[in-house]
Ligand binder design. Structure first.
Ligand code: BV8
Ligand code: ZN
Length: 247
């Protein structure tokens, strides 16, 4: 950690990319791995438009199950540490693949949500937001008031394009970063997994915090196979005490 703290001192522009691993310590199962969400299902079966058109009620049962789970969890120390990091750099950008709103709940202001947000709904045909509150009944899925299309979760499914403005901003910020943290992600899903590569290629220090190695571990300048909820609060506490000492 000492070497990293020294290197961070000269960094003005910081970007953090997070994945499901940062919510694991809040009790939200990750996507891959033994306790993964996908354990019971396979991503291709559920997180795709085809799956939704073929079996909307199953897909809605899965999302209702995840929403119910999210209703019982809180941000963990890792989320709070990342919201504190906003104050420690001249420029800071938080990019998440997560759809669980836990970064916002921990006080992070600007969050680029690459894959949408599970708490929002939209029309499957015209993408108009569906603002009615309350649960979605898998056996009586509401219809869009504008076009009659089926209502779906406002998340990005496999084979779907990400919001152009969001992914373009994510690449711009990553390419200008002095330091890029990849935290709690298996670095398997694209285009998100290309962000750390782009940052590194443009000269950023690449730091990975993930409990197991990933395809980007080899190219990282620093690799900490530790839980983010343990490592990040420790790192932020050190950065803050060094700030005080330097004043
Ligand atoms: C697209 C939202 C253009 C829904 C999700 C080959 C090459 C390149 C691309 C592709 C390819 N084949 C197919 C593609 C495209 C595909 C893709 O990347 N597939 C992968 C699987 C190969 N991508 C897409 O389809 C994207 N769109 O490319 O559009 C296009 C159009 C048409 C045809 C082709 C391309 C859309 C991708 C978005 C999919 N939506 N989710 C929902 O949530 O329901 S993806 C899903 O995976 C989640 O969003 C999740 O965030 C994301 C990534 O997973 P992770 O966050 O990394 O989570 P994971 O469980 O995998 O890993 C957690 C890690 O944390 C683990 O390593 C674990 O060890 C670690 N960990 C656990 N606990 C802790 C921890 N670390 C630290 N601390 C802890 N405590
Ligand atoms: Zn519609």
């Amino acid at each position: 950690m000492e070497d990293l703290l020294k290197r961070i001192k000269s960094c003005k522009r910081c970007v953090v990319l997070t994945g499901a691993g940062v919510s694991a310590e809040s009790g939200v199962p990750t996507f891959r791995g033994k306790e993964g969400l996908w354990g019971k299902f396979r991503p291709e079966e559920l997180a795709t438009m085809d799956a939704f058109m073929a079996n909307s009620s199953i897909v809605w049962e899965w999302y209702n199950w995840r929403r119910e789970l999210l209703g019982k969890v809180q941000p963990n120390p890792g989320h709070f540490a990342m919201s504190e990091m906003e104050q420690l750099f001249d420029s800071f950008c938080l990019i998440t693949q997560n759809v669980d709103s836990l970064h916002q709940a921990a006080g992070s202001k600007e969050v680029l949500e690459l894959h949408g947000n599970i708490l929002r709904n939209k029309c499957a045909d015209c993408s108009s937001p569906f603002l009615d509150e309350g649960d979605i009944d898998p056996d009586a899925i509401p219809k869009c008031k504008k076009c009659g299309g089926k209502i779906r979760p406002d998340v990005v499914w496999f084979g779907e394009l990400l919001n152009e403005q969001v992914i373009n901003s994510a690449f711009e910020e990553s390419e200008q970063a002095d330091i890029f943290f990849s935290v709690g992600t298996s670095a398997l899903v694209h285009p998100a997994a290309s962000l750390p590569v782009a940052a590194k290629r443009h000269g950023a220090i690449l730091v990975e915090i993930n409990v197991e190695p990933t395809p980007i571990s080899e190219m990282a300048d620093f690799c900490f196979n530790l839980p983010s909820g343990q490592f990040l609060p420790d790192m932020v506490a050190n950065l803050k005490s060094e700030r005080v000492a330097d004043q």
